[in-house]
Design a binder for this molecule. Sequence first.
Ligand code: BES
Ligand code: ZN
Length: 902
Amino acid sequence: MLQIREGSGPAAAIHRGDYTAPAYWIDTVDLSFDLDPAKTRVLNKMTLRRNPDVAAQPLRLDGEELNLARVLVNGQGTSFKMDGDQLVLENLPEGTEPFALEIFTTCAPVKNTKLMGLYVSNDSFFTQCEAEGFRRITYFLDRPDVMAMYTVTLRADKAKYPVLLSNGNLVDSGALDDGRHFAKWVDPHKKPSYLFALVAGLLVAREQRITSRAGKDHLLQVFVRPGDLDKTEHAMNSLMASVAWDEARFGLSLDLERFMIVATSDFNMGAMENKGLNIFNTKYVLANQATATDVDYANIESVVGHEYFHNWTGNRITCRDWFQLSLKEGLTVFRDQEFSQDLCAEPSARAVKRIEDVRVLRTAQFPEDAGPMAHPVRPDSYIEINNFYTVTIYEKGAEVVRMMQTLTSRAGFAKGMTLYFERFDGQAVTCDDFAQSIADANPDSALANLLPQFKRWYSQAGTPRVAARGEYDAAAQTYTLHFSQSCAPTSGQPAKQPYVIPILLGLVGSSSGQALSLHAQHGPGEASLNYLLVIAQEHASITFTHIQEEPVPSILRGFSAPVVLDFDYTDAQLLTLLANDPDPFNRWEAGQRLALRSAINCIATSEDPTRATPLNDAYIDAMRAVLRHPTLDAAFKELVLALPSETYIAEQLDVVDPQRIHAVREAMRLQLATALQADWEWAFSAHEHTGAYQPDPVSSGRRALAGMALNFLCLAATQTGDDIWPGKTLQRFKDASNMTDRFNALQALVSSGHALAAPALARFHALFKDEALVLDKWFALQAGTSDRGGQVLPAVRQLMAHPDFNLRNPNRARSVIFSYCSANPGGFHRTDAAGYVFWADRVIELDGINPQVAARLARALDRWKKLAEPYRSAAQAALQRVAAKADLSNDVREVVDRALAD
Ligand code: BES
Ligand code: ZN
């Protein structure tokens, strides 16, 4: 791998094609830490040897913000030089015999605001090494294909840091002089440096002993600050469920005696899969019913699962280089999605989870794929790897893995996973190695037959479009579907080759509403209700016979491929699917298409969108029928009744006027509120009680629908002037026995702009002033609330001046700044450009503290070129002002330069 770093000059792009194996291997690492916030001493003793497959050359070790005190080779002083940040050793022993290298450095954890490497949070020490943070701890070959065995000794003040943790097993511990103590840890598995971790501090643990299917005993621990122990039960339950699921579904057992999770409130990301010592953002660990919502509970389950599943997909088999990131992340997101689905007792809950996952893909990944940061699932180059932990690598990567499963069957895919581990356990490999394993285990599958074409999903950026049309021949009783695929150019990829696209489809009778039996004209004899068509060319057709009534096609069931489907449905056809499609995904999708169509018409034609009534009676009646449906479950109803987001609507348009979109969507919300008022009253009373709190999908769905009902009832009250429902909502807010109900009530008051919102917000703050994660919700709600007349930006400025605001804490910064700039288009895109000015100021300010967080914020203006005037020019000016700063981080530089490039 090429690692060009030229001191403080502009960073060069790194190219996938330039990969070379490392010139040295590191077999063992023995690290000793004397932990001190201001000056931590790190002694790093390694054994290395030359890689015989690579031409002899100097050893170049990565380092960053380290103070180097001593370098010894085989116990003797040696000459060395610095080349930028790299430590270069030219006079190493010749030959391929192992030699010892000892490096002594110091660093300053308390000054580490980037939260990469070793840092201090709430007086405890934590590390974050992925992707390239280990070099901020010691000089090293900080690349994932160098896998070593680690021994770690931690020494620290015993009173301040009673708990000392690192990867693997605790082999020794005891007291030292001066009130200090030590702990020695040995990791029994070799690993790349990005999986190293240590934690030291005043922590307490929930513990659980388990016995695996294979009969082995393990200790599971969840470490938190004293006082948070009552919020660890759900994380522990999720961890136990994860261990059991990976054994049951993939035959993968826990390979450690001890598995630890530690929570920290200062963390750039969600969580990190360090071997045996996962480090989590508190947001994805801590929950009890008083402080966490149903969504928090579900997120904790899936993040705990995700990091645990990395133990095999990521840690046992890791990435050869960072271009292969989706090898571990896409695969592990797929696994955590499957885990959450498999934990659902009801089939409808599985469908709800699938819809939620697709919603994330379409509102976040599709825009990325159409914008300046578009990149393939396996990128070809990057400047800053931290910018490539994207929804494309994660969510689109997971869809690519899901398509492999669709093309090989669930059992076939599991066989492929087994072959992957047989071939590559303990190695650092590529996306090609993975795809080849799945195909080789399923030699007769469509995946194996089409593997080179299928792998275009890894190499081509952009979202493919599939255009479909249908022809019914009533006399012949045949129905033919014609498909054609295309993909728009992306930067550096002007022409795309056809993709392999699995299209799961069915037919619904347009008059009977029945699912029709499918006999493919040239296909297998048996009829079925679902048909999997795999298209691999630009054009494809399929004819079904014995079709006795004109059908409505239900195409791309379960969202069987990450594409945009263009089919010219009539409203009547969509209403048929909404009422009858046995596929819950397409049933939901039909409602979304109808709402989207109304929104787009109104945006294009309305003279005054604030007074428009975009929704027609047929849509409103259909929504009433769904809401009152006797058998559909509440969570599914809530999804159907939720309008497409402003971001999703914007993606369908070539030129975006965010205020027009906002006005039209608000008008639609108001229509649903008033036209269905009696139905919302019924829905609230039918779902308001959910019994003793349980975060399961069924009762969560009931709470979600009750919350939605309150929201619409408070909104309707803004029209009628009747205070009954706002009053009831305030009472529910006060009486609620769980955070979901309480927060939904608060949100209903705030988003309708009712006068009761202010006292409720004040009361909420007073109740939860010592609960950081709840205060994050309080900040986020206000910064993300629906704009009416520009009130949100001044409120955001006030929130930033609040004594509880802290720009250095990523969760708090996100709760205010990201909730406004990235999640509140109606508030952010102002005709006076003040939102963009605020954004530019915050990007610059944050970049001096934490470039990773700043670069994520910088992406809020990715799609500026689609904006209508005056937004477009104002956004460009804001981007240019950021880009003109001389000392930007590589992180922010890459994002704004790409945004401004043609
Ligand atoms: N390996 C990542 C954590 C990570 C990401 C570290 C980027 C450093 C840089 C971890 O497995 C992960 O993917 N975490 C996600 C949550 C997950 C459930 C998708 C995260 O942190 O957002
Ligand atoms: Zn991950």
